[in-house]
Every structure is written in C-alpha cells, then in structure tokens.
Design a protein around this ligand. Structure first.
Ligand code: OGA
Ligand code: NI
Length: 322
C-alpha cells in the first residue's frame, strides 16, 4: 500500500495515557511505547495530563509575540547563549548564522531554557518576554511532568526501573522552542526546518491541527498527520545512545504552507550538561555490545553547536565502528 493510502496516521501510534496510573494501564502503555520507539522513534500521546486551556493560553502568548513588528522582536534577538528570537533574515553576516537551528527561509523561532538547576538560571529566565513568562513557566512545568511519566514508561519498556532514565539525565534542563511558520505568501519562500535529529533525551511537540512535520522512515519522508489535542513525542539522540540503539532518534523536518500559519511548541527534555551519555550497562551483554561511545551531554551540545545540524550525522559520529 502506498504511504498516502495508509491508516489515518500512517501507522504512527497514538498512545492513550488516560490510565497510566493503573497497573494494567501502565503495562499496556509500556508495550505500546516500546513498539513505537523501536519502529518509528515517534508517537502521539493523548490524555497526556497537560491542561488544554493552558496549552491554548501558551499558544496565544507566543502568537502575540510572533505577530509583533520585527523591530520589537529584535529586542529579544538570540544571543551567544543561544536563547531568544531567531530569524534567518536578520543574520546575514553574523556568527548567529552558525546557530544549529536549521531554520530556513521565512521561519522564526523563540527559544528559552525555562526550567533549570543552573545557578545563573534566574538571569536567563528574566530575558523571556514578560508577557510570556508566567504562562510559559506553568506550561513547561506541566509538560516536564508529562515527559517524566513518559520517560518512566520508556524505562520499563527497556526492562529497567521506572526511574532509570530520569536518573541518568541527572538534574535536567527543559527548553521550550516555539517555531513559527508564517502563512506563505506569493513570491515568498515557504518557512522550513531542515532535516535533523534532536539531541535531548525526549522531545514533545504540539503543533495543533496544522500539518507540516515529516519523519524519515526507511529512506522515505512520511508526513505526521496531526491528531487533535495530542503531543508528538520523539526519541532524542541521548536516549538512542542510552538505550544502545534500541530506541531510535529519527530524522525529521517541517514546513509551513499557504493556507494557514503554523506554530509548533517544542519541549526539549535535556540531560544535565555534566551527565554522562552512554549505553546503560544493564542493556549490554555478549550479544548486545555497546554501539556508542561515551560523552558528557554538555560536550555533545558544544560539538553540535560548532557544526551545523545535518540529518543524523552528529549522533552517527558517536557510533562505535564495528
Ligand atoms: C524542532 C522541530 C518541527 C516542527 O524544533 O526540533 O523538529 O514541526 N520542529 O516545528
Ligand atoms: Ni526537531
């Protein structure tokens, strides 16, 4: 069957988390999560526990920002700490071009680390546009809690303790990136994010009902059809490494369109910079030798920033050559 004729979502799982707190519910969820992470590295979650009215408020706060005149947004222009507003149009000749965001043409994004144990965090937090700050904090706390529930299911899916993956991440940072793809108008290029994989442990994406996200599977680009009120969850490179390649961090890309503006809210659940990322010992034995070397998350991040994102080239460079 051709990709386009397949089931409503091309076979990408929709996992219902409503009964995650019951024993049988958790068990079913772990089984579905294992399958989804092994086959696709992507799945949808519904009944995720993040309040829908909070999501709507967060979307509105971000849209209000993106709809501001450029001169206003420039006040929040991305700095060397890689946080703030980014638009490729603005940075023709500066260093910022090197930021590994892979945002192309007319797309823009606004990125901040919202939750962190870093002692400088208050200073960073104060850079967030004031109208966005309280809603964003509330949103990020709820999303991070949902991410920890999903990580627990992923841990058990790997045959580990429920707390194992979260522990391996140590004191986490949660960054939120809103990507904005304006309505494509005549004579203007369509907004896009070029192919890449995500470095963090796991990533949640909320893009509402506007399509545009595609993932690479078996060499083909497969559209991720939107599921109302759902988050799209994907495995990041760090989790691929921790799981010794059992869970897949999959290349993806996105575009805007000419009928509707598109905005995605992306939550990156990142290990501490000092955390060591390598295959978890319990997953290794004679028939499952380590597939990846070991690196500190912070060093992986710096290496990534100094390259530009290029598909899965980065995580592949950490693979042990056999
Ligand atoms: C990202 C990303 C896709 C989208 O921000 O890492 O993959 O749909 N975004 O905006
Ligand atoms: Ni991504």
């Amino acid at each position: 069957m051709a990709v386009d004729d397949m089931s409503s979502d091309n076979g990408i799982a929709v996992i219902d988390l409503a009964d995650i707190d019951s024993g049988p519910g958790f068990k079913r969820i772990c089984e579905e999560v294992a399958k989804a992470c092994e086959e696709w590295g992507f799945f949808h979650i519904i009944n995720h526990g993040v309040d829908m009215s909070l999501i709507r408020r967060t979307q509105k706060a971000y849209k209000d920002f993106f709809h501001l005149p450029k001169e206003e947004k420039k006040k929040y222009a991305m700095t060397k700490v890689y946080q703030g507003w980014y638009s490729p149009e603005l940075y023709d000749d500066s260093d910022v071009k090197k930021f590994p965001l892979n945002i192309g043409n007319t797309s823009e994004c606004l990125y901040y680390i919202v939750l962190s144990d870093n002692p400088n965090h208050e200073t960073v937090f104060s850079l967030i546009p004031p109208d966005l700050r309280p809603t964003l904090l509330e949103f990020t706390k709820e999303v991070a809690a949902a991410q920890e529930r999903v990580l627990a299911a992923m841990s058990v899916a790997l045959g580990l303790d429920a707390a194992a993956l979260q522990k391996r991440c140590e004191s986490i940072d949660v960054g939120i990136r809103a990507n904005y793809y304006p309505l494509q108008t005549e004579g203007k290029a369509v907004g896009e994010i070029l192919p890449h994989s995500d470095l963090p442990a796991i990533v949640f994406l909320f893009s509402d009902t506007v399509p545009g996200l595609e993932i690479r599977n078996d060499g083909r680009w497969v559209p991720v059809k939107p599921v109302p009120d759902a988050f799209v969850v994907n495995v990041g490179d760090s989790l691929e490494m921790m799981s010794n390649g059992r869970f897949r961090s999959v290349e993806h890309r996105a575009t805007g369109n000419e009928t509707e503006e598109r905005m995605s809210l992306v939550s990156f659940y990142m290990p501490a910079k000092a955390a060591t990322i390598d295959p978890i010992q319990e997953l290794l034995d004679e028939s499952h030798p380590p597939q990846y070397g070991s690196a500190k998350y912070g060093d992986m991040l710096s290496a990534l920033i100094s390259q530009r994102l290029n598909g899965k080239a980065f995580v592949n460079s950490l693979k042990i050559k056999s």
